[in-house]
Design a protein around this ligand. Structure first.
Ligand code: ADP
Length: 533
């Protein structure tokens, strides 16, 4: 017997309608390039999103055509997030931190026909545009405004999309191989939005009363869905523009009364250092939750924010392939109210899956490993907002198992209570004497040392053990420490053979375009240094 419910398509025009009908007065604030603030309302935003949809159609674009953005986080980018898919086109966010050669490949592979670009990024666009099929260029605060001016929002007609049509695309930055395109559907976008909003990070359910500032770039992995989540809820939104330094962000939090924010650990490490150096300088009493993901949030950072500044971190995990949020460290009630040290231990894990996301962990032989908190294996996942394939990249089909699970490439262990802990990415794993050493666990402990600002642990080839760990360390300003001291600091927490043999003090750890440690660059540097001259 079938259910007798409506077959209602989950498409983004429904989000647009909701936002304009119920939240017209809600505010969207943007820090402009000159550092002043721009404010307008949801009524303005939704009207301009409609204008954009109409204007793109007028410009000759057709249903399913890819429209790229090359932009920082700001209100025009939000208009694109809603207007492009609502017009039946596909939003393709380009990562402005990539090399022009990669951007040329990505924009061509995706078949982008138009691009909305920040004025400050036009020189970057010019370095690759000729190698792409892009015909139309709309410059924010310039020809983009002309484009909108010529379109009447009332002309917008719902294209009556099917929920499985593409809404957006994002390429993974692909530290190995060529970038791979993930294609989000309207349905997957809606379900991700609902799924992330449904899980409140430790008593902090997000609502209309919140003020949400996504630090995480809109040019990578949908800004973790926050532009859509905030719009669905009708929350005030704040966008930092190109100003991502800790001081500007703290000013934004204070001035706009931010309650919820989200970004990668590198950002929060910088913010924590600045707060430690200037206690009481910013009034952050409104700030309820900071979501951290993209790479592991060090336990010492989570504890530092809570104990020294009363600020709460919620740790999440995901990938471009999972829209991206797949888990949050929502603590079971007994853990949330229990011993603070145990609570920090659990917050430092990558959490339990969101509703409808499922996990399993398998070893090299394909056997599922026990959820005992120790055994390691590769995490596989499935769910309605997990990619089923990459766009036009058949050679990558083996990332999916024959029974339909996505192989994440993350090596994890599972706590018996379901909390996942990333030990490494498979390509970063250190295999010493046939056994895995978790670089992430070593890094977390090193970053708990009072003199250490950042630590990255990498594998260095070794004749006897195959690989051995090397720790690259950035010291805090004015602080000192020796390799010997750091080794002693690690000793109580790890088996002897896990301890790095070498400690290299560096000015900075190279980072990827989205702020993660670029371990390939470190490996090149230190492996080369090791070669006999
Ligand atoms: P890339 O890092 O290749 O640009 P993604 O942004 O999609 O691509 O990154 C996904 C990966 O980031 C995950 O597979 C995982 O290795 C890492 N990651 C994401 N969140 C976390 C986290 N909270 N802790 C540790 N690693 C994380």
């Amino acid at each position: 017997m079938d259910g007798l419910m409506m077959d209602f398509s989950l498409t983004l025009p429904a989000l647009l309608r909701r936002a304009e009908t119920f939240f017209g007065n809600a505010v969207i604030a943007t820090r402009l390039p000159d550092k002043s603030f721009h404010h307008y309302t949801y009524a303005d935003m939704t009207s301009r999103a409609r204008q954009l949809a109409v204007a793109l159609q007028r410009a000759g674009l057709e249903r399913g055509d890819r429209v790229a953005t090359l932009c920082w986080n700001h209100y025009q980018h939000l208009e694109a997030y809603l207007g492009i898919p609502s017009g039946g086109f596909v939003l393709h966010t380009l990562n402005l931190r990539l090399h022009p050669d990669d951007l040329a490949y990505i924009a061509s592979h995706a078949g982008d026909r138009a691009v909305i670009v920040d004025r400050s990024l036009v020189p970057l666009l010019e370095r690759f545009r000729e190698r792409t099929p892009i015909e139309n260029v709309f410059v924010v605060e310039d020809s983009y405004e002309e484009l909108l001016a010529g379109a009447d929002p009332a002309e917008w007609r719902d294209p009556e999309l099917h929920e499985n049509e593409a809404a957006a695309m994002c390429y993974t930055s692909g530290t190995t191989g060529r970038p791979k395109g993930v294609v989000y559907s309207h349905r997957s976008t809606w379900l991700h939005t609902l799924g992330v909003a449904a899980v409140g990070p430790l008593d902090f359910n997000i609502s209309q009363r919140d003020v949400i500032l996504p630090v995480v770039p809109m040019f990578h992995a949908n800004a973790w869905g926050y532009p859509y989540i905030a719009t669905m809820l009708g929350a005030k939104q704040v966008y930092p523009g190109p100003h991502l330094d800790p001081e500007s962000l703290l000013d934004d939090f204070e001035q706009e009364g931010v309650t919820v924010t989200a970004g990668v650990p590198t950002i929060w490490m910088g913010i924590l250092q600045l707060l430690d150096a200037n206690p009481g300088r910013w009034d952050l009493s409104a700030l309820r939750a900071m979501l951290v993901g993209g790479s592991a949030a060090p336990r010492a950072m989570i504890a530092g924010f809570k104990q020294r500044h009363g600020l709460h971190i919620c740790h999440g995990w995901g990938m471009t392939e999972s829209s991206p949020v797949a888990s949050l460290s929502d603590l079971h009630p007994d853990l949330a109210s229990g011993d603070i040290d145990i609570r920090f231990d659990f917050q430092a894990k990558q959490g339990i899956p969101l509703p409808l996301i499922e996990w399993r962990v398998r070893d090299d032989a394909g056997n599922e490993v026990p959820w005992d908190g120790v055994s390691m294996g590769e995490l596989e996942m499935r769910g309605p907002w997990v990619a089923a394939g990459y766009y036009d990249t058949p050679e990558q089909a083996d990332r999916w198992t024959p029974d339909g699970w996505f192989k994440t490439g993350d090596i994890v262990s599972m706590h018996p209570r379901g909390y996942m802990q990333i030990q490494d990415r498979s390509k970063d794993v250190i295999k010493s004497g046939g056994e895995w050493i978790s670089s992430v666990a070593l890094e977390n402990q090193l970053m708990a040392h009072p003199a250490v600002a950042e630590a990255a642990v990498i594998a260095i080839p070794d004749d006897k053990w195959f690989e051995r760990p090397l720790a690259a360390i950035v010291l805090k300003e004015g602080a000192t420490a020796t390799g010997e001291e750091l080794r002693e600091f690690l000793e109580p927490h790890f088996a002897k053979w896990w301890l790095p043999d070498r400690y290299e003090f560096v000015a900075e750890i190279p980072k990827t375009g989205v702020g993660k440690f670029r371990k390939t660059a470190l490996r090149e540097q230190f492996v080369q240094e090791q070669q006999p001259a």
